[in-house]
Design a protein around this ligand. Sequence first.
Ligand code: NAD
Length: 256
Amino acid sequence: MGSRMTGRVVIITGAAKGIGRGIASVFASEGAIVVIADVDEKAGKATAAALAETATVDFVRTDVTSRESCEGAVAAVLERYGRVDVLVNNAGIYPQAFLHEMSEADWDRVFAVNVKGMFFMVTAVLPHMRQRHGGRIVLTSSVTGPITGNPGWAHYGATKAAMLGFMRSAAIEVAKEGITINAVMPGNIVTDSLEDLGQDYIDALVASIPMKKLGEPEDVGYAALFLASNEAKYITGQTIVVDGGQVLPEGATAVG
Ligand code: NAD
């Protein structure tokens, strides 16, 4: 147990499972009061209960595609804990769809969760952070879109690049108010949703990663923790890639 986040109130969206759960566990292990904001009530409450053995971890049901739900979640956290120090905007979906089969509804759904959800959550916490003249926002983007491409994920890659475009302008808007906005860019991290893509897919991924293994949710959590820490107070509008070197090779021969 560390104390880098002692007493800080941290909202993490999409933390019922996967990377968000890993981020929640890292912040909880550093003394934060963690609020899991997720649409999956059953998994969210179970994760909160599991992590609450060693820390204060709460759950607020939140559907990030609804502005009302996002504002309600922030209001509930302010009522319960009186402050929000950190927002980790992590909720995201990545259903595979090739261009020839991608419907308008597929496109809209991925943008609604990944981009509009971020806009709703960030604008929901900003009035409070502005009033207190301080706050940290960390976005979970991805290498897919901003750096790399992957067949079947054109809509998803577009959302993850859009998040960084949003971040750069938003970071300037709030810079004078003591608020920073940065992003983590995971490579391939072990989660249920990734495992659902099948062992063949995972084996091919591992072969392309210089470290020859997938990342763990906590690897992303520690990068988010740094961006939310006092040590990162002069960093805004920036990104940290967490990918075991996956974006580095010039070609297959460079990986070995
Ligand atoms: P996951 O499916 O394991 O978890 C996603 C969580 O988001 C779930 O708990 C889900 O209930 C929640 N969620 C989905 N829609 C929501 C909504 N409308 N409102 C609130 N919560 C909602 O996924 P993951 O792999 O942990 O991905 C988390 C984030 O990390 C996403 O933004 C994803 O794009 C990003 N990411 C993942 C990887 C990876 O390898 N797993 C790589 C790069 C980026």
